[in-house]
Design a protein around this ligand. Structure first.
Ligand SMILES: NC(=O)c1ccc[n+]([C@@H]2O[C@H](COP(=O)([O-])OP(=O)(O)OC[C@H]3O[C@@H](n4cnc5c(N)ncnc54)[C@H](O)[C@@H]3O)[C@@H](O)[C@H]2O)c1
Ligand SMILES: O=c1ccn([C@@H]2O[C@H](COP(=O)(O)OP(=O)(O)O[C@H]3O[C@H](CO)[C@@H](O)[C@H](O)[C@H]3O)[C@@H](O)[C@H]2O)c(=O)[nH]1
Length: 465
Protein backbone atom coordinates (compact mmCIF):
# COMPACT_ATOMS: atom_id res chain seq x y z
CA UNK A 1 0.00 0.00 0.00
CA UNK A 2 1.28 3.48 -0.85
CA UNK A 3 0.40 6.11 1.71
CA UNK A 4 -0.94 9.39 0.36
CA UNK A 5 -2.51 10.88 3.48
CA UNK A 6 -1.45 10.79 7.12
CA UNK A 7 -3.34 12.06 10.14
CA UNK A 8 -1.69 12.49 13.51
CA UNK A 9 -3.91 12.85 16.58
CA UNK A 10 -2.07 14.96 19.17
CA UNK A 11 -0.15 18.13 18.27
CA UNK A 12 2.21 18.09 21.25
CA UNK A 13 5.95 17.77 21.75
CA UNK A 14 5.98 14.51 19.79
CA UNK A 15 3.16 14.87 17.26
CA UNK A 16 4.22 18.34 16.08
CA UNK A 17 7.95 17.80 15.43
CA UNK A 18 7.56 14.19 14.23
CA UNK A 19 4.96 15.06 11.63
CA UNK A 20 6.84 18.20 10.56
CA UNK A 21 9.85 16.02 9.71
CA UNK A 22 7.75 13.37 7.93
CA UNK A 23 6.11 16.14 5.90
CA UNK A 24 9.45 17.72 5.06
CA UNK A 25 10.99 14.41 3.97
CA UNK A 26 7.90 13.10 2.16
CA UNK A 27 6.47 16.00 0.11
CA UNK A 28 4.28 13.46 -1.73
CA UNK A 29 2.31 12.72 1.48
CA UNK A 30 -0.31 15.07 2.92
CA UNK A 31 0.16 15.21 6.69
CA UNK A 32 -2.52 16.69 8.94
CA UNK A 33 -1.92 17.08 12.66
CA UNK A 34 -5.09 17.44 14.72
CA UNK A 35 -5.77 18.26 18.34
CA UNK A 36 -8.70 19.02 20.62
CA UNK A 37 -6.71 21.96 21.98
CA UNK A 38 -7.70 24.81 19.63
CA UNK A 39 -5.18 27.30 21.00
CA UNK A 40 -2.35 24.82 20.44
CA UNK A 41 -3.46 24.33 16.83
CA UNK A 42 -3.69 28.11 16.41
CA UNK A 43 -0.13 28.44 17.69
CA UNK A 44 1.10 25.83 15.19
CA UNK A 45 -0.57 27.91 12.48
CA UNK A 46 0.81 31.23 13.73
CA UNK A 47 2.56 33.27 11.06
CA UNK A 48 5.19 34.28 13.59
CA UNK A 49 7.26 31.12 13.94
CA UNK A 50 8.46 32.31 17.37
CA UNK A 51 4.98 31.48 18.62
CA UNK A 52 5.04 27.77 17.77
CA UNK A 53 3.83 25.89 20.88
CA UNK A 54 6.98 23.76 21.01
CA UNK A 55 10.43 25.28 21.07
CA UNK A 56 13.01 23.01 19.44
CA UNK A 57 16.17 24.20 17.69
CA UNK A 58 15.63 23.95 13.91
CA UNK A 59 11.91 23.21 14.09
CA UNK A 60 10.80 26.63 12.85
CA UNK A 61 12.54 26.30 9.50
CA UNK A 62 11.08 22.83 8.89
CA UNK A 63 7.58 24.06 9.70
CA UNK A 64 8.15 27.07 7.46
CA UNK A 65 9.12 24.82 4.57
CA UNK A 66 6.30 22.27 4.84
CA UNK A 67 3.36 24.11 6.40
CA UNK A 68 0.64 24.89 3.88
CA UNK A 69 2.42 22.68 1.29
CA UNK A 70 1.77 19.20 2.69
CA UNK A 71 1.74 19.88 6.44
CA UNK A 72 -1.48 21.09 8.05
CA UNK A 73 -2.62 21.71 11.61
CA UNK A 74 -6.33 21.47 12.28
CA UNK A 75 -9.03 20.96 14.89
CA UNK A 76 -11.21 19.09 12.41
CA UNK A 77 -10.35 15.66 13.75
CA UNK A 78 -13.11 13.68 12.05
CA UNK A 79 -12.26 14.99 8.60
CA UNK A 80 -8.55 14.24 9.03
CA UNK A 81 -9.29 10.71 10.24
CA UNK A 82 -11.65 10.04 7.38
CA UNK A 83 -9.18 11.24 4.74
CA UNK A 84 -6.15 9.39 6.13
CA UNK A 85 -4.66 6.08 4.99
CA UNK A 86 -2.52 6.00 8.11
CA UNK A 87 -3.31 7.47 11.54
CA UNK A 88 -0.67 8.14 14.18
CA UNK A 89 -1.90 8.36 17.77
CA UNK A 90 0.39 10.75 19.60
CA UNK A 91 -1.71 11.85 22.55
CA UNK A 92 -0.52 12.16 26.11
CA UNK A 93 -0.40 9.08 28.35
CA UNK A 94 0.22 10.59 31.78
CA UNK A 95 0.42 8.77 35.09
CA UNK A 96 -3.06 8.00 36.42
CA UNK A 97 -4.22 10.39 39.14
CA UNK A 98 -7.30 8.42 40.23
CA UNK A 99 -8.66 4.93 40.78
CA UNK A 100 -6.79 1.67 40.31
CA UNK A 101 -3.12 2.18 39.58
CA UNK A 102 -3.28 5.82 40.78
CA UNK A 103 0.19 7.35 40.84
CA UNK A 104 1.73 4.50 38.80
CA UNK A 105 -0.19 3.16 35.82
CA UNK A 106 -0.40 5.05 32.54
CA UNK A 107 -3.75 6.77 32.03
CA UNK A 108 -5.01 5.40 28.72
CA UNK A 109 -8.26 7.34 28.52
CA UNK A 110 -7.01 9.63 25.74
CA UNK A 111 -5.80 6.62 23.75
CA UNK A 112 -9.14 4.92 24.10
CA UNK A 113 -10.98 8.10 23.06
CA UNK A 114 -8.86 8.20 19.91
CA UNK A 115 -9.57 4.55 19.13
CA UNK A 116 -13.30 5.12 19.57
CA UNK A 117 -13.24 8.22 17.40
CA UNK A 118 -11.37 6.38 14.64
CA UNK A 119 -13.83 3.50 14.92
CA UNK A 120 -16.75 5.89 14.60
CA UNK A 121 -15.45 7.89 11.66
CA UNK A 122 -13.48 5.46 9.49
CA UNK A 123 -15.17 4.21 6.34
CA UNK A 124 -12.18 2.58 4.66
CA UNK A 125 -9.29 0.35 5.81
CA UNK A 126 -6.56 2.08 7.78
CA UNK A 127 -3.25 1.54 9.47
CA UNK A 128 -3.25 2.86 13.03
CA UNK A 129 0.17 3.62 14.51
CA UNK A 130 0.82 3.88 18.24
CA UNK A 131 3.29 6.74 18.55
CA UNK A 132 2.49 7.45 22.21
CA UNK A 133 4.39 5.49 24.83
CA UNK A 134 2.13 2.70 25.99
CA UNK A 135 2.12 -0.25 28.37
CA UNK A 136 2.93 -3.56 26.71
CA UNK A 137 -0.19 -5.14 25.15
CA UNK A 138 -2.10 -1.88 24.63
CA UNK A 139 -2.31 -2.63 20.91
CA UNK A 140 -4.67 -5.50 21.64
CA UNK A 141 -7.06 -3.15 23.47
CA UNK A 142 -6.99 -0.69 20.58
CA UNK A 143 -7.56 -3.49 18.09
CA UNK A 144 -10.46 -4.78 20.14
CA UNK A 145 -12.20 -1.40 20.07
CA UNK A 146 -11.55 -0.92 16.36
CA UNK A 147 -12.62 -4.45 15.39
CA UNK A 148 -15.95 -4.11 17.14
CA UNK A 149 -17.34 -1.25 15.13
CA UNK A 150 -19.39 -3.59 12.98
CA UNK A 151 -18.87 -1.54 9.81
CA UNK A 152 -16.45 -3.98 8.18
CA UNK A 153 -13.45 -1.64 8.08
CA UNK A 154 -10.10 -3.47 8.50
CA UNK A 155 -7.46 -1.98 10.79
CA UNK A 156 -3.82 -2.89 11.24
CA UNK A 157 -2.21 -1.70 14.46
CA UNK A 158 1.49 -0.88 14.51
CA UNK A 159 3.69 0.18 17.39
CA UNK A 160 6.20 2.86 16.44
CA UNK A 161 7.50 4.38 19.67
CA UNK A 162 9.30 7.69 19.52
CA UNK A 163 12.81 8.00 20.94
CA UNK A 164 13.44 11.71 20.36
CA UNK A 165 14.76 13.71 23.30
CA UNK A 166 13.53 17.25 23.79
CA UNK A 167 15.99 19.98 22.94
CA UNK A 168 17.46 17.77 20.21
CA UNK A 169 14.15 16.59 18.71
CA UNK A 170 14.86 17.75 15.17
CA UNK A 171 18.33 16.19 15.03
CA UNK A 172 17.01 12.99 16.61
CA UNK A 173 14.22 12.78 14.03
CA UNK A 174 16.42 13.57 11.05
CA UNK A 175 19.14 11.19 12.14
CA UNK A 176 17.70 8.59 14.51
CA UNK A 177 19.84 5.84 16.06
CA UNK A 178 17.02 3.54 15.06
CA UNK A 179 13.36 3.55 14.10
CA UNK A 180 11.38 0.76 15.74
CA UNK A 181 8.26 -0.67 14.15
CA UNK A 182 6.28 -3.50 15.70
CA UNK A 183 3.39 -5.24 13.98
CA UNK A 184 1.39 -8.42 13.63
CA UNK A 185 3.20 -11.49 12.38
CA UNK A 186 0.36 -12.14 9.91
CA UNK A 187 0.70 -11.39 6.19
CA UNK A 188 -1.44 -8.26 6.60
CA UNK A 189 0.58 -7.19 9.63
CA UNK A 190 3.85 -7.58 7.74
CA UNK A 191 2.45 -5.57 4.82
CA UNK A 192 1.48 -2.77 7.20
CA UNK A 193 4.97 -2.79 8.71
CA UNK A 194 6.46 -2.50 5.23
CA UNK A 195 4.22 0.47 4.46
CA UNK A 196 5.58 2.36 7.45
CA UNK A 197 9.14 1.23 6.71
CA UNK A 198 8.75 2.76 3.24
CA UNK A 199 7.85 6.13 4.75
CA UNK A 200 10.89 6.26 7.03
CA UNK A 201 13.12 4.92 4.25
CA UNK A 202 12.70 8.31 2.55
CA UNK A 203 15.46 9.56 4.86
CA UNK A 204 16.50 6.86 7.35
CA UNK A 205 19.04 4.22 6.21
CA UNK A 206 17.30 0.83 5.95
CA UNK A 207 19.66 -0.87 8.40
CA UNK A 208 18.49 1.52 11.11
CA UNK A 209 14.83 0.59 10.67
CA UNK A 210 14.14 -2.27 13.02
CA UNK A 211 11.00 -4.41 12.85
CA UNK A 212 9.69 -6.62 15.66
CA UNK A 213 6.46 -8.01 16.99
CA UNK A 214 4.12 -5.49 18.62
CA UNK A 215 4.78 -6.48 22.22
CA UNK A 216 8.56 -6.24 21.85
CA UNK A 217 8.20 -2.80 20.32
CA UNK A 218 5.90 -1.53 23.08
CA UNK A 219 8.12 -2.93 25.81
CA UNK A 220 11.37 -1.70 24.21
CA UNK A 221 10.26 1.90 24.64
CA UNK A 222 9.69 1.53 28.38
CA UNK A 223 12.93 -0.44 28.66
CA UNK A 224 14.99 2.21 26.87
CA UNK A 225 13.72 4.95 29.17
CA UNK A 226 14.24 2.81 32.26
CA UNK A 227 17.86 2.11 31.26
CA UNK A 228 18.55 5.78 30.49
CA UNK A 229 17.02 7.02 33.74
CA UNK A 230 18.86 4.32 35.63
CA UNK A 231 22.15 5.69 34.33
CA UNK A 232 21.30 9.15 35.62
CA UNK A 233 20.29 7.80 39.02
CA UNK A 234 23.45 5.68 39.12
CA UNK A 235 25.76 8.62 38.44
CA UNK A 236 23.77 10.75 40.88
CA UNK A 237 24.17 8.09 43.57
CA UNK A 238 27.92 8.21 42.94
CA UNK A 239 27.86 12.03 43.11
CA UNK A 240 26.88 11.84 46.76
CA UNK A 241 29.76 9.48 47.51
CA UNK A 242 32.07 11.87 45.65
CA UNK A 243 30.99 14.77 47.84
CA UNK A 244 31.76 12.78 50.97
CA UNK A 245 34.99 11.22 49.79
CA UNK A 246 36.70 14.01 47.85
CA UNK A 247 36.41 12.25 44.49
CA UNK A 248 35.19 14.37 41.57
CA UNK A 249 32.10 13.06 39.74
CA UNK A 250 33.16 14.42 36.35
CA UNK A 251 36.51 12.65 36.64
CA UNK A 252 34.79 9.43 37.71
CA UNK A 253 32.31 9.71 34.82
CA UNK A 254 35.14 10.25 32.36
CA UNK A 255 37.10 7.32 33.74
CA UNK A 256 34.22 4.85 33.53
CA UNK A 257 32.86 6.28 30.28
CA UNK A 258 36.08 5.37 28.46
CA UNK A 259 35.22 1.72 29.01
CA UNK A 260 33.53 0.92 25.71
CA UNK A 261 31.10 -1.38 27.52
CA UNK A 262 29.85 1.56 29.60
CA UNK A 263 30.22 4.41 27.09
CA UNK A 264 30.48 8.15 27.80
CA UNK A 265 26.90 9.36 27.27
CA UNK A 266 24.27 10.07 29.91
CA UNK A 267 26.75 10.22 32.77
CA UNK A 268 26.30 13.85 33.78
CA UNK A 269 25.47 14.17 37.46
CA UNK A 270 22.63 16.59 38.12
CA UNK A 271 20.04 17.84 40.54
CA UNK A 272 17.91 15.00 39.19
CA UNK A 273 16.25 13.97 35.98
CA UNK A 274 12.99 15.58 34.91
CA UNK A 275 10.87 15.56 31.80
CA UNK A 276 7.51 14.08 30.99
CA UNK A 277 8.81 10.59 30.27
CA UNK A 278 11.34 9.04 32.62
CA UNK A 279 9.34 9.04 35.83
CA UNK A 280 6.03 8.28 34.13
CA UNK A 281 7.43 5.40 32.11
CA UNK A 282 9.32 3.80 35.00
CA UNK A 283 6.24 4.03 37.23
CA UNK A 284 4.32 2.38 34.43
CA UNK A 285 6.96 -0.37 34.21
CA UNK A 286 6.83 -0.87 37.97
CA UNK A 287 3.05 -1.15 37.77
CA UNK A 288 3.21 -3.68 34.95
CA UNK A 289 5.75 -5.77 36.92
CA UNK A 290 3.48 -5.67 39.97
CA UNK A 291 0.43 -6.73 37.99
CA UNK A 292 2.43 -9.76 36.81
CA UNK A 293 3.34 -10.42 40.47
CA UNK A 294 7.02 -9.62 39.82
CA UNK A 295 7.64 -7.72 43.03
CA UNK A 296 11.45 -7.88 43.00
CA UNK A 297 11.51 -6.54 39.45
CA UNK A 298 9.13 -3.74 40.47
CA UNK A 299 11.28 -2.81 43.50
CA UNK A 300 14.43 -2.82 41.39
CA UNK A 301 13.10 -0.21 38.96
CA UNK A 302 11.31 1.82 41.59
CA UNK A 303 14.67 2.51 43.22
CA UNK A 304 15.63 4.62 40.18
CA UNK A 305 12.79 7.02 41.05
CA UNK A 306 13.51 6.97 44.78
CA UNK A 307 17.14 7.90 44.09
CA UNK A 308 15.98 10.74 41.86
CA UNK A 309 13.64 12.09 44.55
CA UNK A 310 16.49 11.89 47.04
CA UNK A 311 18.78 13.85 44.73
CA UNK A 312 16.30 16.72 44.39
CA UNK A 313 15.61 16.82 48.12
CA UNK A 314 19.22 16.73 49.15
CA UNK A 315 19.97 19.63 46.81
CA UNK A 316 17.40 21.87 48.51
CA UNK A 317 18.33 20.56 51.99
CA UNK A 318 21.91 21.54 51.28
CA UNK A 319 20.86 25.08 50.35
CA UNK A 320 19.00 25.46 53.63
CA UNK A 321 21.75 23.99 55.81
CA UNK A 322 24.49 25.99 54.07
CA UNK A 323 22.55 29.22 54.52
CA UNK A 324 22.81 28.78 58.30
CA UNK A 325 19.73 26.56 58.53
CA UNK A 326 17.28 29.22 57.46
CA UNK A 327 16.20 30.64 54.14
CA UNK A 328 13.12 32.33 55.56
CA UNK A 329 12.74 35.73 53.88
CA UNK A 330 15.97 35.26 51.90
CA UNK A 331 16.08 35.74 48.17
CA UNK A 332 17.20 32.63 46.28
CA UNK A 333 17.78 33.19 42.56
CA UNK A 334 16.99 30.28 40.24
CA UNK A 335 18.82 30.11 36.94
CA UNK A 336 16.67 27.81 34.83
CA UNK A 337 13.23 26.28 35.25
CA UNK A 338 13.04 23.97 32.20
CA UNK A 339 13.81 20.27 32.84
CA UNK A 340 16.81 20.51 30.49
CA UNK A 341 18.36 23.08 28.19
CA UNK A 342 17.01 24.02 24.76
CA UNK A 343 13.40 23.32 25.58
CA UNK A 344 10.49 25.31 27.02
CA UNK A 345 9.09 22.14 28.60
CA UNK A 346 8.93 22.11 32.39
CA UNK A 347 7.13 18.83 33.03
CA UNK A 348 8.60 17.11 36.12
CA UNK A 349 11.42 19.64 36.12
CA UNK A 350 13.59 19.29 39.24
CA UNK A 351 13.29 23.08 39.62
CA UNK A 352 9.65 22.62 40.65
CA UNK A 353 10.49 20.25 43.50
CA UNK A 354 13.42 22.39 44.68
CA UNK A 355 11.16 25.47 44.61
CA UNK A 356 8.47 23.58 46.51
CA UNK A 357 10.95 22.59 49.24
CA UNK A 358 12.40 26.10 49.55
CA UNK A 359 8.97 27.76 49.60
CA UNK A 360 8.07 25.46 52.50
CA UNK A 361 11.08 27.03 54.23
CA UNK A 362 9.60 30.48 53.47
CA UNK A 363 12.27 31.49 50.96
CA UNK A 364 11.60 34.15 48.33
CA UNK A 365 12.46 32.77 44.91
CA UNK A 366 13.31 34.79 41.80
CA UNK A 367 13.56 32.89 38.53
CA UNK A 368 15.14 33.48 35.17
CA UNK A 369 14.77 31.00 32.32
CA UNK A 370 15.49 31.97 28.72
CA UNK A 371 12.53 30.03 27.27
CA UNK A 372 10.00 29.36 30.00
CA UNK A 373 7.34 32.03 30.46
CA UNK A 374 6.21 33.16 33.93
CA UNK A 375 2.68 31.80 33.50
CA UNK A 376 4.10 28.31 32.94
CA UNK A 377 6.09 28.51 36.18
CA UNK A 378 3.04 29.69 38.13
CA UNK A 379 0.95 26.92 36.57
CA UNK A 380 3.57 24.39 37.75
CA UNK A 381 3.37 25.73 41.30
CA UNK A 382 -0.41 26.11 41.35
CA UNK A 383 -0.71 22.49 40.19
CA UNK A 384 0.92 21.40 43.47
CA UNK A 385 -2.15 22.80 45.20
CA UNK A 386 -0.23 23.79 48.33
CA UNK A 387 -0.79 27.56 48.27
CA UNK A 388 -3.23 29.96 46.69
CA UNK A 389 -2.31 31.38 43.32
CA UNK A 390 -1.90 34.82 44.89
CA UNK A 391 0.58 33.54 47.48
CA UNK A 392 2.59 31.70 44.82
CA UNK A 393 2.82 34.95 42.86
CA UNK A 394 4.05 36.85 45.88
CA UNK A 395 6.67 34.28 46.92
CA UNK A 396 8.06 33.55 43.46
CA UNK A 397 8.90 36.30 41.02
CA UNK A 398 10.07 35.97 37.45
CA UNK A 399 12.18 38.29 35.35
CA UNK A 400 13.63 38.23 31.87
CA UNK A 401 16.90 39.79 33.05
CA UNK A 402 19.25 37.39 34.87
CA UNK A 403 21.13 40.31 36.42
CA UNK A 404 17.94 41.57 38.06
CA UNK A 405 17.00 38.11 39.23
CA UNK A 406 20.36 37.61 40.96
CA UNK A 407 20.55 41.17 42.39
CA UNK A 408 20.30 41.20 46.21
CA UNK A 409 20.11 37.40 46.29
CA UNK A 410 21.62 35.42 49.13
CA UNK A 411 22.20 32.44 46.89
CA UNK A 412 21.93 31.30 43.28
CA UNK A 413 20.74 27.82 42.32
CA UNK A 414 21.49 26.56 38.81
CA UNK A 415 18.62 24.23 37.91
CA UNK A 416 18.96 23.95 34.12
CA UNK A 417 22.16 23.65 32.08
CA UNK A 418 21.45 26.54 29.65
CA UNK A 419 24.74 27.40 27.91
CA UNK A 420 24.32 31.15 28.40
CA UNK A 421 24.78 30.79 32.18
CA UNK A 422 28.45 29.99 31.60
CA UNK A 423 29.09 33.31 29.91
CA UNK A 424 27.53 35.77 32.37
CA UNK A 425 29.50 38.59 33.92
CA UNK A 426 29.90 36.74 37.20
CA UNK A 427 31.89 39.55 38.82
CA UNK A 428 28.93 41.89 38.22
CA UNK A 429 26.55 39.31 39.69
CA UNK A 430 28.80 38.80 42.72
CA UNK A 431 28.98 42.55 43.36
CA UNK A 432 25.17 42.83 43.42
CA UNK A 433 24.55 39.94 45.87
CA UNK A 434 24.47 39.65 49.66
CA UNK A 435 27.68 38.28 51.12
CA UNK A 436 28.70 35.58 51.56
CA UNK A 437 27.43 34.98 48.03
CA UNK A 438 26.53 31.32 47.54
CA UNK A 439 26.15 29.37 44.32
CA UNK A 440 24.61 25.90 44.17
CA UNK A 441 25.37 24.46 40.76
CA UNK A 442 22.90 21.64 40.25
CA UNK A 443 24.15 20.97 36.73
CA UNK A 444 27.91 21.16 37.13
CA UNK A 445 28.27 23.69 34.31
CA UNK A 446 29.96 26.68 35.95
CA UNK A 447 33.70 27.17 36.37
CA UNK A 448 33.97 26.57 40.11
CA UNK A 449 37.58 27.73 40.41
CA UNK A 450 36.90 31.01 38.59
CA UNK A 451 33.83 31.69 40.72
CA UNK A 452 35.71 30.97 43.93
CA UNK A 453 38.40 33.35 42.80
CA UNK A 454 35.77 36.09 42.50
CA UNK A 455 34.65 35.32 46.04
CA UNK A 456 31.63 33.06 45.63
CA UNK A 457 31.09 30.14 47.99
CA UNK A 458 30.40 27.29 45.54
CA UNK A 459 28.69 23.98 45.86
CA UNK A 460 28.71 21.76 42.76
CA UNK A 461 26.90 18.43 42.54
CA UNK A 462 29.44 15.64 42.95
CA UNK A 463 32.38 17.79 43.99
CA UNK A 464 33.60 17.98 47.55
CA UNK A 465 34.80 21.26 49.00
N1 LIG B 1 7.76 14.56 25.01
C1 LIG B 1 8.65 13.71 24.57
O1 LIG B 1 9.82 14.03 24.47
C2 LIG B 1 8.26 12.31 24.19
C3 LIG B 1 9.18 11.53 23.52
C4 LIG B 1 8.82 10.24 23.14
C5 LIG B 1 7.56 9.75 23.43
N2 LIG B 1 6.68 10.54 24.10
C6 LIG B 1 5.32 10.01 24.30
O2 LIG B 1 4.48 10.57 23.29
C7 LIG B 1 3.16 10.81 23.79
C8 LIG B 1 2.81 12.28 23.60
O3 LIG B 1 3.71 13.06 24.36
P1 LIG B 1 3.77 14.64 24.20
O4 LIG B 1 4.91 15.09 25.02
O5 LIG B 1 3.73 15.00 22.76
O6 LIG B 1 2.37 15.07 24.89
P2 LIG B 1 1.67 16.49 24.82
O7 LIG B 1 0.85 16.59 26.05
O8 LIG B 1 2.66 17.55 24.50
O9 LIG B 1 0.69 16.37 23.55
C9 LIG B 1 -0.41 15.54 23.49
C10 LIG B 1 -1.53 16.26 22.75
O10 LIG B 1 -2.60 15.34 22.53
C11 LIG B 1 -3.83 16.08 22.57
N3 LIG B 1 -4.95 15.16 22.79
C12 LIG B 1 -5.23 14.39 23.86
N4 LIG B 1 -6.31 13.64 23.64
C13 LIG B 1 -6.76 13.95 22.40
C14 LIG B 1 -7.84 13.49 21.61
N5 LIG B 1 -8.69 12.55 22.05
N6 LIG B 1 -7.99 14.02 20.38
C15 LIG B 1 -7.14 14.96 19.91
N7 LIG B 1 -6.08 15.42 20.61
C16 LIG B 1 -5.89 14.91 21.84
C17 LIG B 1 -3.61 17.05 23.71
O11 LIG B 1 -4.50 18.14 23.62
C18 LIG B 1 -2.14 17.44 23.51
O12 LIG B 1 -1.99 18.62 22.76
C19 LIG B 1 3.19 10.35 25.25
O13 LIG B 1 2.75 9.01 25.30
C20 LIG B 1 4.67 10.40 25.61
O14 LIG B 1 5.00 9.49 26.62
C21 LIG B 1 6.99 11.82 24.47
O1 LIG C 1 23.59 12.62 31.80
C1 LIG C 1 22.46 13.06 31.98
C2 LIG C 1 21.44 13.00 31.00
C3 LIG C 1 20.18 13.50 31.29
N1 LIG C 1 19.94 14.07 32.49
C4 LIG C 1 18.58 14.59 32.78
O2 LIG C 1 17.62 13.61 32.45
C5 LIG C 1 16.41 14.22 32.01
C6 LIG C 1 15.98 13.65 30.68
O3 LIG C 1 16.87 14.07 29.67
P1 LIG C 1 16.77 13.52 28.17
O4 LIG C 1 16.65 12.07 28.20
O5 LIG C 1 17.89 14.10 27.43
O6 LIG C 1 15.42 14.23 27.65
P2 LIG C 1 13.95 13.68 27.36
O7 LIG C 1 13.35 14.61 26.39
O8 LIG C 1 13.25 13.42 28.64
O9 LIG C 1 14.17 12.29 26.58
C7 LIG C 1 13.98 11.02 27.17
O10 LIG C 1 12.62 10.67 27.19
C8 LIG C 1 12.01 10.68 25.88
C9 LIG C 1 10.54 10.44 26.09
O11 LIG C 1 10.21 9.09 26.20
C10 LIG C 1 12.68 9.63 25.02
O12 LIG C 1 12.08 9.61 23.74
C11 LIG C 1 14.17 9.93 24.92
O13 LIG C 1 14.82 8.92 24.17
C12 LIG C 1 14.76 10.02 26.33
O14 LIG C 1 16.13 10.41 26.27
C13 LIG C 1 16.71 15.73 31.96
O15 LIG C 1 16.20 16.35 33.13
C14 LIG C 1 18.22 15.80 31.92
O16 LIG C 1 18.72 16.98 32.47
C15 LIG C 1 20.92 14.14 33.47
O17 LIG C 1 20.69 14.64 34.56
N2 LIG C 1 22.16 13.63 33.17
Amino acid sequence: MKIKTICCIGAGYVGGPTMAVIAQKCPHIKVTVVDVNASRIAAWNDNDLNNLPVFEPGLDSIVKEARGRNLFFSTNIDQAIEEADMIFISVNTPTKTYGKGKGMAADLKYIELCARQIAKVAKQDKIVVEKSTLPVRTASAIKNILDNTGNGVQFQILSNPEFLAEGTAVQDLLNPDRVLIGGDTTKEGQAAIQTLVDIYANWVPKERILTTNVWSSELSKLTANAFLAQRVSSINAMSEICEKSGADIDEVARAIGMDSRIGPKFLKASVGFGGSCFQKDILNLVYIAKTYGLNEVADYWEQVILMNDHQKNRFSDNIVSTLYNTVSGKKIAFLGWAFKKDTNDTRESPAIKVAYNLLNEQANIAVYDPKVVAERMYADLDYLNTRTEAVNRSLLTVDTDPYLVTKDAHAIAVLTEWDEFKYYDWQRIYDSMHKPAFIFDGRGILDKKALEKIGFVCYTIGKGS
